[in-house]
Design a protein around this ligand. Structure first.
Ligand code: 4AD
Ligand code: MG
Length: 480
């Protein structure tokens, strides 16, 4: 006898073998059938047994949500909708689930709102939707590692506790062991961080980029894939305080190469799930169809989920300079009719998500790579162009998401970088090691950051970033 997962049983396609499987009762039907789910696949395994002849005590313990161990013959199913089923010869309840309690949770088999599911984030992976999203999330991470592995990149683990603010936005979570009620003070009355654990101020990292640069300039091609933290107080459907970022960094690669890499990479990982996760994708596509029906006609997505994914891998991303984009936006209908919350009047304006989505969804109708942004709206480390006004930055914008990738060619000239840091009041002492990179064999190099949850949102069609990560961290919310 073999203990198998439901996925293995379905894919083996073998009948009449005695098998064993363990999982959770999803639902009951017609006093004869149990739908059993073990998380290995979306499809439940139908277990056939005769409730009437069953021991009453056992039957009482057998309820929705219970963990069970089933033995029996795997046979071709008589019913519609499934290929194989188990004719149960023995069933053991491993763990009960009190029906009274289950009735108050998302485990009761009916449709629940995503908001309600969030309140029970510890149970939601048992639902079809979250099972599908989490299998896709796992599959995408595998595809990402595989892509870099096949293309000669080394996986680099950037530190999580850092003393620097890579993005210079000051949105960091402090890491300290000082007593908040009674911290040591300096003579001037400020908190004395020289007495703190690390002997200086430290934070959770907002990006592994600066450290990745130092490793790219030694190993050539590296990437990070780890958690990053931002204390930005933006309670939107696209921001998390803790999210996962993938940051490749490549020596001797310029911005052109960076755009080519990002486009090829995104197409490759999306292609991977289309090939390997079709069952979950089709389920999510149908779910999304239902959700779309509740929206007004003009807000509905013109493409089905898998159509959208195929569209991305089959079409070139449109590459547009910031300057061209500003011209398009300035002359656009919503700008002229004052429909944007932020009007675009002049060159130099920072783009908001409403502008990014206009460019992608209404104007170009395909993924867009915007490049060469004004220097003063981008981070200090980006390479200054000859015009001395713009930097070699690129953002990739996706339909329904907006910015999914942010990257750049890095400033490799020591003097230019020093001037930039001075202008922004970034002390050289803090980043001496980063500046050193420009003193010992400096060279052109580039990289980008992909927000993993934004990719998972795009791939699954989920509209809220809280629904693509097991335990979302957002302002006022760190439950579980
Ligand atoms: O554009 P960002 O801030 O770029 C960087 O951090 C660079 N150091 C990356 C690099 O060049 N190595 O962030 C990169 C991506 C964004 O495009 C977005 O997809 C995602 O990270 N992101 C967030 N995702 C979820 N919640 C947030 N609060 C996010 N902030 C950024
Ligand atoms: Mg960005």
């Amino acid at each position: 006898m073999i203990l198998s997962t439901v996925a293995e049983l379905f894919s083996s396609g073998k009948k009449h073998t005695v098998v064993e499987v363990k999982g959770w009762v999803k639902s009951f039907r017609a006093n004869r059938f149990i739908a059993l789910n073990d998380g290995s696949t979306l499809k439940p395994l139908q277990c056939v047994l005769d409730f009437e002849t069953m021991d009453a005590a056992l039957l009482k313990r057998l309820s929705v949500g219970a963990a069970v161990h089933v033995k029996g013959d795997l046979v071709e199913s008589q019913g519609k909708g499934q290929t194989l089923e188990i004719q149960v010869s023995e069933i053991v309840v491993l763990g009960e689930a009190d029906p009274e309690l289950v009735s108050k949770t998302i485990l009761q088999p009916k449709r629940h709102s995503l908001e309600f599911l969030r309140e029970q984030a510890h149970l939601r992976p048992r639902t079809n939707t979250f099972g599908a999203v989490m299998r896709l999330r796992s599959s995408l991470s595998f595809a990402i590692h595989q892509y870099f592995h096949q293309n000669g990149f080394n996986y680099m683990h950037a530190p999580i506790i850092t003393g620097s603010d890579a993005e210079g936005a000051g949105e960091m979570f402090r890491v300290t062991t000082l007593d908040p009620k009674n911290p040591p003070l300096t003579e001037s009355g400020a908190v004395d961080y020289s007495k703190d654990f690390f002997g200086k101020e430290t934070n959770l990292t907002v990006s592994g980029q600066l450290e990745a640069e130092t490793y790219a300039m030694a190993l050539g091609k590296v990437y990070t894939f780890g958690p990053t933290f931002r204390a930005e107080n933006s309670n939107t459907s696209r921001h998390l305080a803790e999210f996962w970022m993938i940051e490749p960094e490549v020596a001797f690669m310029d911005l052109e190469g960076n755009m080519d890499l990002a486009e090829d990479f995104l197409k490759s990982v999306i292609g991977y799930i289309l090939e390997h996760n079709s069952e979950d994708l089709i389920f999510l596509e149908e779910r999304l169809e239902q959700e779309e029906k509740t929206k007004p006609q003009n807000e509905r997505s013109p493409m089905r989920l898998t159509e959208k994914l195929n569209f991305v891998i089959e079409n070139n991303f449109k590459r547009v300079s910031y300057t061209e984009a500003i011209d398009i936006l300035r002359n656009s209908k919503p700008n002229k009719k004052k429909k944007f919350n932020f009007q675009i009047d002049e060159w130099g304006a920072d783009l908001q998500s409403e502008h990014e989505r206009f460019l992608v969804e209404k104007h170009f109708k395909c993924p867009v790579i915007l490049f060469d942004y004004p220097a003063n709206i981008k981070a200090f480390y980006m390479r200054l162009n000859e015009d001395e006004k713009t930097v070699r930055a690129m953002d990739i914008l996706f339909p329904g998401i907006g910015e999914i990738v942010g990257g750049s060619q890095r400033e490799e000239r020591l003097e230019v970088l020093k001037e930039k840091m001075a202008a922004l009041d970034i002390p050289e002492e803090e980043l001496w090691w980063y500046l050193d990179l420009r003193a010992f064999g400096t060279a052109v190099h580039s990289g980008f950051g992909l927000g993993f949850e934004r990719l998972v949102m795009f791939a699954t069609g989920m509209n809220n970033i809280r629904d693509v990560i097991p335990y979302p961290r957002t302002p006022q919310n760190a439950d579980f």
